[in-house]
Design a protein around this ligand. Structure first.
Ligand SMILES: *[C@@H]1O[C@H](CO)[C@@H](O)[C@H](O)[C@H]1NC(C)=O
Ligand SMILES: *[C@@H]1O[C@H](CO)[C@@H](O)[C@H](O)[C@H]1NC(C)=O
Ligand SMILES: *[C@@H]1O[C@H](CO)[C@@H](O)[C@H](O)[C@H]1NC(C)=O
Length: 345
């Protein structure tokens, strides 16, 4: 009797876990979507169905996400957190969402993002961070996003964006960057060059309108010529030759599109990427030493050969015509140093 009761209660419990629906949400079992929007929620509801694929949490007042906030819905593909009060995301907030494809964080109060925040979201295709207060993005937001095709950071407070972040999104096709505080100085040159390549390869970007300095205010970053950028101060003087080596190196797999010539590339590395040139510099230095050595060796051998030839020739000539004739013959036949030696006499 008690056994049956226990079985019954566990079945009911399991049914609740599998088919249950949080109080303030509407669960659509057919599409496995759960709609908890506009419910005045302050946190993620518990008791979400395990098989949920789409979770609507927009238009609530959720202000923070703890680590593993979505542990109970590991199958999630679409997560909408638009129009909440999020200002603080724990570093592991999205951990465990191996299948997440769309993450919408628009209209929140995010200021900055942890560099490993979106780590472990390998399937991500669309990341929408527009309409927040983000003033800085790290150079990486996790691992490489092979599948990310859309990235939006519209309507934030960004002054610059490191191109290394964009390079971690090799499949991105749509990039929304407008309405930020873009500061069009040498530090933005890397972004400009990346965008030129991106557009050349068929990518779509809205517009990057400079907010500062006054010279470029209101102008489109892509329409400002490279030559007009003041170079960023950088201590290392011999960057130019190392940059020439770079296309062959493993770092740059993609061929350069027209427009991104070496001046720009150099300025870019001066601004942002320091380890690369150092490595290339080392290689360059080693190559220079080797080439110089080989050239010197060849020169020495040639000079030696010339000297031996000259001496032998002089000796033979001396044997054939003796005495003063040597001096009259030599300037005509011998060259260089020997001419100088004999001319004063
Ligand atoms: C944002 O959510 C609030 C409820 O929390 C709602 O009243 C408001 O209309 C929403 N804003 C937008 C732009 O949808
Ligand atoms: C995120 O939500 C906003 C508001 O509903 C919408 O305009 C935007 O297209 C969404 N972004 C994505 C990537 O679905
Ligand atoms: C990208 O998407 C494809 C197809 O959905 C998937 O097979 C692949 O594993 C994804 N890439 C990564 C890095 O997860």
């Amino acid at each position: 009797m008690t056994g049956e009761l226990l079985l019954l209660s566990s079945v009911i419990f399991l049914l609740q876990v599998v088919c249950g629906c949080p109080e303030k949400c509407r669960c659509h079992s057919f599409s496995n979507s759960v709609d908890c929007s506009q419910q005045g929620l302050a946190e993620i509801p518990s008791n979400l169905p395990l098989q949920t694929l789409t979770l609507h949490l927009q238009d609530n007042q959720i202000h923070q996400l703890p680590a593993f906030a979505f542990r109970s819905v590991p199958q999630l593909k679409t997560l909408n957190l638009c129009n909440n009060s999020l200002s603080n995301l724990a570093p592991g907030a999205f951990h465990g969402l191996q299948h997440l494809q769309v993450l919408n964080l628009t209209q929140n109060s995010l200021h900055s993002l942890e560099s490993r925040l979106f780590h472990s979201l390998p399937q991500l295709r669309e990341l929408d961070l527009s309409s927040n207060n983000i003033n800085h993005l790290p150079t990486s937001l996790g691992q490489r996003w092979e599948n990310l095709t859309m990235f939006s950071i519209q309507q934030n407070q960004l002054q610059q964006l490191d191109r290394a972040l964009l390079e971690s999104m090799p499949s991105v096709k749509l990039l929304l960057l407008k309405d930020n505080l873009w500061k069009c100085n040498c530090h933005l040159l890397g972004l400009k060059l990346w965008l030129e390549k991106f557009i050349y390869k068929g990518g779509i970007v809205d517009s990057v309108i400079c907010a500062s300095p006054d010279t470029w205010k209101g102008q489109d970053l892509l329409k400002i010529p490279h030559e007009l950028y003041k170079p960023c101060p950088f201590p290392s003087p011999d960057l130019e030759p190392s940059q020439v080596q770079q296309p062959g190196s493993a770092h740059q797999a993609v061929p350069r599109p027209p427009g991104s010539y070496s001046t720009g590339e150099r300025d870019h590395s001066e601004c942002e990427l320091k380890p690369k040139p150092r490595l290339a510099n080392l290689r360059h230095a080693v190559a220079t030493v080797i080439i110089t050595g080989v050239l010197c060796g060849i020169m020495c051998l040639l000079m030696l050969a010339a000297a031996i030839y000259g001496c032998t020739y002089a000796a033979i000539t001396a044997q054939h015509h003796e005495g003063p004739l040597v001096q009259t013959n030599e300037p005509a036949k011998a060259e260089g140093k020997e001419t100088f030696d004999s001319s004063p006499a």
